[in-house]
Design a protein around this ligand. Sequence first.
Ligand SMILES: O=C([O-])CC(=O)C(=O)O
Ligand SMILES: [Mg+2]
Length: 288
Amino acid sequence: MAFRSRREKLRLILSGSACIHPGSVYDAISIRIAEDLGFPLGMFGGSVASLAVLGDPDVTLITLTELAEQMRRMSRAAVLPVLVDADHGYGNALNVRRTVQELETAGAAGLTIEDTLLPAAFGEAKTQLISLEEGVGKMKAALDGRSDPSLVIMGRTGAASITSIEDAIRRAQAYEASGVDALFFTGIKSRAELEAVAAATRLPIVLGGAPEELSALDYLASQRVRIALQGHAPIAAATQAVYETQKALREGAAPKALRGLASSDLTNRVVREADVKARGADFLGLKK
Ligand SMILES: O=C([O-])CC(=O)C(=O)O
Ligand SMILES: [Mg+2]
């Protein structure tokens, strides 16, 4: 299986004793940069998928086909293992099963299925949760959809910030019992909450965003947190850079006067120029 070694690397992170920060990735360039900088894992968030593919906010307008295609582009561009935020699995449990098949084929190392009701329900400004029973059905369908057993499937709950920490624990225990490989929590606000979650469960924990109190990696590792997300600053930085550059040009700046552009060294590294040159020599009769 071509992607197995990527998945084994993610499994090693989960079975290890350290907590790591993944690099936020969303396209071929960002994954290559994250890989070159030595990140052990890429995180492909649903929010950045929506931004990169549609230029939209995170309101579940992106389709499974679009998400999987973007993942496929990243899988081609780099070998860095990627954890994909597969949102609610793009429908009911049957859609979840299909989502797992598509993301597995696209080369994801792992994916999360969450228990929020998406897209947002009519007339509801606040995020809702699906029932625990429906959540468990989604986890079971996700596991059933996997054909490479090394693909990592995580159960994700947003209950901590929607209902209560007790509900988050109840859901996490049920997802754990369904056989998922790890538990992903959003909305955990304090050490006391994390400690309650860690004491009540056994699987490796992933934290999607956390307050200052939950930022020390050693402490997080002691509570079985193996992956701690840090948001998606790279795409925000890229947006700012494109804005500044287009604004300067629009206002008449000369291209040579622009600041903050990638050097040719960096661009050459990102496009794997040396490899392309070597292939030109090998296959096109060009000079090395
Ligand atoms: O998974 C993450 O990185 C957090 C999240 O839900 C998103 O960005 O859509
Ligand atoms: Mg998301």
